[in-house]
Design a protein around this ligand. Structure first.
Ligand code: PDD
Length: 279
């Protein structure tokens, strides 16, 4: 069955979606997006994703063309129409279509697109862990907005792959922020440490779920800046994100993290996460 896209509030087969070359998303990256997880045919943490979409849109002064309840019901319908059980939903809203000029076009209406993709849970990677490298975080100072401008993230991820690693852990002057497409947590002296949810990181939905799970099982949590030296000396480290869930980091820049294999706190959180998504 050909995938059905939701585009400008219409249901269309993928090949019938026509994006204008004048779409500001295309030449300015002028838009916001979300990636939702679908487990068992249901959107996971939909309200949290939609609230973040609203915050991102407000942050870059885009007026969402639908209220969040309408958006949610359209995305649920998208999942139903495509018969998706396990995968992701991608949703993006650009500022609209107008001849190229930096100023906001007064008449442009936002352009909305959503589609879903079958994506299996990365069980093997979650079991084995991954290698990461470190890189300077060269992004702008509104990383809490999930915008289409991902060039620095793309370059960091590609550079990591070229160096044989799964991801790049980013730092600003030695303070670890997040990775190219996920949040970063370390376990040090039994405490779970992660960068505070401020303007320097995306406020990850998976991050929030993991922190809730840690609180629920009385793992001490510190949301504070931590250094590259702390990352290197950590007992455990892992990445969190919608598609990767909780991905252990077993080496950083070629040196093992802790015992060089996924650690017990990471494992425990993975098990709790598993229970949370299976409802
Ligand atoms: N990325 N940090 C960045 C820079 C991200 O791009 C993402 C998600 C996260 C994790 O957020 P969440 O737990 O809400 O997925 C953190 C998505 C999946 C992407 O761009 O594909």
């Amino acid at each position: 069955m050909a995938p059905i896209y939701w585009y400008q509030d219409r249901w269309l087969p993928a090949e019938e979606v026509r994006i204008s070359p004048d779409d500001r998303g295309y030449y300015f990256g002028d838009g916001v997006y979300e990636v939702f997880r679908v487990y068992g045919g249901a959107l996971f943490e939909a309200d949290a994703h939609l609230a973040r979409l609203q915050a991102s849109a407000d942050g870059i002064r885009i007026r969402l063309p639908h209220d969040l309840e309408t958006l949610k019901s359209r995305l649920e319908e998208l999942v139903r129409r495509n018969g998706l059980q396990e995968g992701t939903v991608y949703l993006q809203v650009t500022r609209g279509t107008a001849p190229r000029a930096h100023l906001f076009p007064p008449a442009a209406e936002p352009v909305t697109l959503a589609y879903c993709t079958e994506v299996k849970r990365p069980l093997a990677a979650m079991q084995a862990g991954c290698a990461a490298v470190t890189a300077e975080d060269i992004r702008w100072l509104h990383c809490n907005y999930k915008t289409l401008n991902l060039l620095a993230n793309v370059l960091a991820k590609q550079d990591a792959a070229d160096r044989g690693a799964a991801d790049a852990i980013l730092h600003r002057g030695g303070i670890v922020t997040e990775s190219s497409a996920s949040n970063v947590m370390i376990v040090s002296d039994g405490k779970l440490v992660t960068h505070p949810a401020n303007n320097l990181i995306l406020h990850g939905i998976t991050r929030a779920v993991v922190l809730r799970l840690a609180h629920a099982s009385a793992i001490p949590v510190e949301e504070r800046p931590f250094t590259l030296a702390e990352l290197r000396a950590a007992d455990e480290a892992f990445l969190t994100g919608t598609t990767i869930e909780i991905l252990p980091v077993i080496s950083v820049d070629g040196s093992p993290v802790g015992a060089g294999k996924p650690g017990p706190v990471t494992r425990q959180l993975q098990e709790q996460f598993e229970r949370a998504i299976l409802f």
